[in-house]
Design a binder for this molecule. Structure first.
Ligand SMILES: [Zn+2]
Length: 88
């Protein structure tokens, strides 16, 4: 079973002068424990980013949104069930 917690890229980790990263702050974190137990922990996202786990969020929900990290979405792809298949 593949389970992912949701991680939030913290502002103090963002590079200065690169505001583009702020638009997609959500990352997937491999959950070795229930996400609510990981809440607040600093973990490594599947794409390699350092993030803080946001235990109240579900990757299955956040990961389909446009604020999710594209790399994490790609890696965790099978865990997500897109409501529609769209080009692009
Ligand atoms: Zn990511």
């Amino acid at each position: 079973m593949d389970a992912y917690a949701v991680g939030f890229a913290r502002p103090d980790r963002w590079s200065r002068g690169r505001p583009a990263g702020e638009s997609r702050p959500w990352h997937a974190v491999e959950a070795h424990r229930p996400p609510n137990e990981l809440d607040g922990e600093v973990e490594l996202a599947v794409c390699g980013a350092i993030v803080q786990v946001w235990g109240s969020q579900q990757w299955e929900r956040v990961g389909t949104g446009r604020t999710a990290c594209p790399e994490c979405r790609r890696i965790s792809g099978p865990a997500l069930a897109p409501p529609l298949s769209r080009a692009g």
